[in-house]
Design a protein around this ligand. Sequence first.
Ligand code: PGA
Ligand code: ZN
Length: 437
Amino acid sequence: MTTEIKLLQARRVWDSRGNPTVEVTVELEGGARGRAIAPAGASRGTREAVDLRDGGSRLRGLDVQGALTNVNGKIAAALKGLNAEDQAGVDAALIALDGTPLKSALGGNAMVATSLAVLHAAADAAGAPLWKHVAQTYQGTASIPLPEIQIFGGGAHAGRRVDVQDFMVMVPGAGSFDEALEVTAEIYAAAGAIMSQKGRSVGVADEGGWWPVFDSNEEALETLVAAIEAAGEKPGERVVISLDIAASEFAEDGRYRLALEDRTLSSDEMIAMLGSWINSYPIASIEDPLAEDDRAGMCAFTKAYGERVQIIGDDYLVTNAKLVAAAAEDRACNAVLIKVNQAGTVSESVETLAAAWKAGYRGIVSARSGETEDVSISHLSAGLNAGQLKVGSFTRSERMAKWNECLRIQDELGENAFVGGAPLVDTWWGKGRTAGA
Ligand code: PGA
Ligand code: ZN
């Protein structure tokens, strides 16, 4: 059969932080090929698939020779002859071969690059762009997502210069993906100009957002609002704010250590602080407001603010369908971040999105802080009809490659396929729109 997997080849390539990572090329019997690269997180959840790294002192222990050996050896042997069109079967074979809860035997990095490369090869065999192949394979509908774009980076991506990890904007009021990018470009530039004027311009963080030189987390929010205004927008109209608190990163023994402000908050105090931000700024989405093990806090936060803002579980849900189902029972979060390398395979990521929709949750396809030129996630977000895409900021080519790929997909799908503010209709922003406010 022409779509049978003929050979797999892994090579070491380098990510946006200059760290080694795994690239896999798959060739099918009929000559079709696919290629994908594993991304890498810095603020990782403890329940996500783990990357296999070599350890030791060379390359700070980060080399991936073991993962490459697994792809070229065990994985290639197990996958040879399987039908690349059967992504579920290929991923099931990978999962069975690994046999561990967190993919530690083969390595999540080896598995995700293989799984995605097979998906690309099947698309190539079908003569379809990846987004179309994904839509045809999984659910038929494709759309252009609402982008969520970082303006200031923080947390583990900026030497912990501020505690909160991502200060982002979304443009739900845009009429097209292109327009959302243009508005964001103006805000990004305005934020940079404000930082320069204040003598606080020191470069960019890991995902390309401005490196945050602020005296408090709230100063970042104030500056973001000022940048939105300087770009000629009225905050809360066309543009809203989105935050990734990544609270697990500064949680200590059930409390939250805001290093920048030299204070420690209880879970209730964290919720109160975030609530005051929601009341004071046009925030429509918050990710990981509490730590991955603060179940009571996540439930309390969702109870208090789930009607007003999108509450995304990233470290809390680690792209795991079972955790999404459990959170839905608990009424914790109302959305899930979809990171293919947290799950380890394409199929498990798709299952997680399905579990999210079943629970009435939204799904946001996301990059990692360590990225490459690989643009698979742009296609996944469009082909899975996910509705939202989070990639980092609006500089650095590992980020821009994803946004630019969405523009190409927009050309193929047509501007009308842009979801606009639809994912936010259940938030204050959407309710405000329908009320004509
Ligand atoms: P990471 O962070 O890729 O460094 O884990 C991204 C995020 O928290 O969304
Ligand atoms: Zn996150």
